[in-house]
Design a protein around this ligand. Sequence first.
Ligand code: PGA
Ligand code: ZN
Length: 421
Amino acid sequence: EITEVRAMEILDSRGRPTLEVTVGLRDGSIDVAGVPSGASTGRREAVERRDGDPARYDGQGVQGAVEAVNGEIADLLRGRTWTGLPNVDTALIDLDGTANKSRLGANAIVGVSMACARALAAASGRELWRWLTPAGVQPRLPVPSFNVINGGVHAPNPLDFQEFMITPIGAPSMAEAVRAGAQVYAALRRLLHSLHEVTGLGDEGGFAPQIREPEDALRFLVTAIENGGYRAGADGVMIALDPAASEFHHDGRYRVAGAHLSSSELIDRYTEMLAFFPIWSIEDGLAEDDWDGWAYLTARLGDQVQLVGDDIFVTNTAIIADAIDQRIGNAALIKVNQIGTVTEALHAIDTCRQAGYAQMVSHRSGETTDTFIADLAVGSGCGQLKTGAPARGERIAKYNRLLRIAAEHPELAYGPCSVEA
Ligand code: PGA
Ligand code: ZN
């Protein structure tokens, strides 16, 4: 039985307000969740509720969402025995009553969903990741993608592509993958320093050098991988990109380092990058509204590289199902706050799995020290997680959680699942 549901305003990693939600059970156990927040959000995401009062936090306050938790949501959940998270999440969706969770706020709802998941897991005596594992699924330690160069809306540099990640695809274990990420990150810092580049950090902990061509960032990564003591390639460390192309798509053109590219010209650019650099994954290579371009991108490169939909899919099962029908992409990014409940995120993962689409669980650029997504990545068995650089406390919290799970459960398999169905 849920006896307590409450929220308060806390800060996220950008110093902006977000929610912390606490759920207590009759047995005395108490669980807390911190709500993440994106900066390059998809148009069809569940809607984050902000107060808009310019006198507080430049309008970014979340007191309204906090009140929704402490009032309506607490009234709904308290004093009742809930048999499973799907029941809780369905009740939250019904109470909100909108298609995009805008009335109560997706930030309110997702915090409650995450805290309830923790509480119900604790009541069952199981660890969160184990409790989250769907029937018939093998939990698995995910290969991490470390975002080591930041651009786009995550950093004040001229680089249009948002994320340059390193993925230790050839690492034999979780601990070795984390070591590879940290060593390459350190090598990258030394390299940038030697080139008199700034080593200040972007929102996700990656460096934000004053470069603008994506190929320059790729060259830096290959050098850093080698200087860090690894091979750049499938037996060592590979590169994953998240250009977040919706952010530089204007009037039907993609603006990359001063050039105005059509979809097919940008696809040509990716094709060239794939020929010269060890890239295994491209997320949001084209804009969320460019479905024709995405179909062409998938037809051209889908058998060579993972093509992840983030802004275009927004962890929404209905949109992912459309994309599967139209052969758009071959993988989905999974962000719990993008759809608004843990149950719906698990459903999106399941839909992908059934269709042979890969899944990558993800943080947001605005985070707290909450480690829910580490458990979700392991429990869902999806095989992939991106949660920023191996630096900054809110990112490290997730990687350290993975290290702890790995150390305590040597029986867990590690690494990406095959992309093929
Ligand atoms: P966001 O970016 O959290 O700022 O939306 C992350 C991403 O695009 O993957
Ligand atoms: Zn993205």
